[in-house]
Design a protein around this ligand. Structure first.
Ligand SMILES: Cc1cc2nc3c(=O)[nH]c(=O)nc-3n(C[C@H](O)[C@H](O)[C@H](O)COP(=O)(O)OP(=O)(O)OC[C@H]3O[C@@H](n4cnc5c(N)ncnc54)[C@H](O)[C@@H]3O)c2cc1C
Length: 407
């Protein structure tokens, strides 16, 4: 389908946030154009952890059959190992939410969102199409300039442009909404290994002084492993050689040693992630709103990226629909309609990033007294019921967003 010259809502980026928003708005009869610079949905080493409220929301929104058809892994809890001892555990079965988090790859998820809008004449998806600039008039955003796969530029007028283009958002930059970047203390290098039979289906954090591995069971039969490295430390790590990297991983978690030999063969099997938080003071302007990683890039701690994106989308959908229904056909959606909602979102995002910062500082501890103190603290926390309250708030956010009316 060709790119229209005008639309109600132009969504830049077809990650989990943009694809879901496009589907939900189109189902409400709103004209939507979703553009994605990649030619397909393929992507690896992204957030695959869907928290229980996200799973519940997706089922209420009608994506349950797509989840079942594809298949997923249910995660039963989170365990933390410190210097070889299992010190901390949270059992997800104890939460009153009544649904377990799942591990579900991004490509089929994004595909399910597009299939959810398939056949709707008001939903257009343009793959291989890149956002290059905003169209602005009288201080409001009125549309965007796009570059198609064959190099031709096209201008699209829109009543609302949504920046769903991820952690290095070009829409955010073009709108002058500069983020404050808070670098984490370390970056991550990730890889996959086959999952041995009988491996517990829970997230594990395996820590040895200031080195750690996050080991996540991954659909269908893998482990996704992330290892921390110092900022700008990739060069030194590579210089030390691949064997040395494998030895380093095996020293942290000896259970992985027999898997590394045949299955982690070269640096090509690894994926680097620069870890940072991006804090943007303003998430909306007249005619423009940011969602997902574009508005609040988080670190991968506790896998909250996709969940925060869904919460944004489910909450913004009725606000966008109401604003479009109220306004003149050529009028822009004003930033004010999002103000109260975005203020609430910011509070939750600050809570999540605050937790992530504390967790990352704790993981960076290296001296004997620091690590002994960390062990004592985690052991104490493990014995206290308050751990369930903290994790419940983090993972099972009672955000008051009810997707029931989106079907
Ligand atoms: C390499 C990487 C590894 C990650 N690992 C983890 C992890 O281990 N755990 C975790 O919880 N989270 C992880 N995340 C974060 C998680 O994937 C995101 O939080 C989640 O995908 C957010 O969804 P989103 O739709 O907001 O953005 P994204 O999923 O980033 O989607 C943005 C989309 O916009 C497209 N785009 C970008 N620029 C343009 C443009 N100019 N024009 C058109 N399209 C454009 C991109 O191609 C992309 O498809 C990772 C992210 C990355 C990038």
């Amino acid at each position: 389908m060709g790119i229209p010259n005008e639309t109600d809502v132009l969504i830049v980026g077809s990650g989990p946030a943009g694809a879901l928003l496009g589907c939900l708005l189109a189902r409400r009869g709103i004209d939507v154009l979703v553009v994605e610079k990649q030619p397909d949905f393929e992507r690896d080493f992204r957030g695959e952890s869907l928290a229980a409220p996200s799973v519940i929301a997706l089922r209420r929104l009608g994506f349950g059959p797509a989840l079942e058809r594809h298949g997923y892994l249910e995660s039963s809890g989170v365990t933390m190992w410190l210097e070889g001892r299992r010190i901390f555990h949270v059992d997800y079965n104890r939460f009153s939410v009544g649904t377990l988090p799942i591990e579900f790859p991004q490509p089929p998820l994004i595909r399910a969102f597009h299939e959810g809008a398939a056949g709707l004449p008001n939903h257009t998806f343009a793959a291989g199409t890149r956002f290059t600039g905003l169209l602005e008039k009288d201080g409001a955003v009125r549309g965007a300039v796009l570059k198609q796969g064959d190099g031709t530029a096209v201008e699209v007028a829109a009543r609302l442009v949504v920046g769903a283009d991820g952690r290095f958002s070009k829409v955010r930059k073009a709108a002058g909404l500069d983020p404050e970047i808070a670098q984490a203390e370390r970056d991550l290098l990730s890889f996959r290994l086959p999952r041995p039979d009988g491996w517990a289906l829970e997230s594990e954090l395996v820590v040895d002084h200031d080195r750690h591995l996050a080991v996540l069971p991954t659909y269908p039969d893998a482990l996704r492993v992330s290892h921390n490295l110092p900022k700008k430390g990739l060069g030194a790590l590579r210089k030390a050689g691949f064997d040395s990297f494998r030895e380093r991983v095996a020293a942290i978690d000896p259970r992985l040693a027999p898997l590394l030999e045949g299955h982690l063969r070269s640096w090509d099997d690894t994926s680097f992630l620069e870890v940072f938080n991006a804090q943007v003071d303003q998430w909306a302007r007249d005619g423009l709103v940011l969602v997902g990683d574009a508005s609040h890039t988080c670190t991968p701690t506790l896998g909250q990226g996709v969940n925060l994106a869904f919460q944004d989308v489910v909450g913004l959908t009725p606000l966008i629909a109401a604003a479009l229904a109220r306004g003149e056909r050529d009028g822009v959606v004003r930033a004010g309609v999002f103000a109260a909602f975005l203020a609430e979102r910011r509070k939750h995002k600050d809570f999540v990033t605050g937790f992530q910062r504390r967790q990352e500082s704790s993981l960076a501890m290296s001296t004997p007294w620091q690590t002994a103190l960390r062990r004592a603290r985690m052991r104490t926390l493990n014995a206290l019921p308050v751990k369930y309250r903290v994790f419940d708030r983090l993972l099972n956010l009672p955000h008051g967003i009810d997707p029931a009316d989106e079907r």
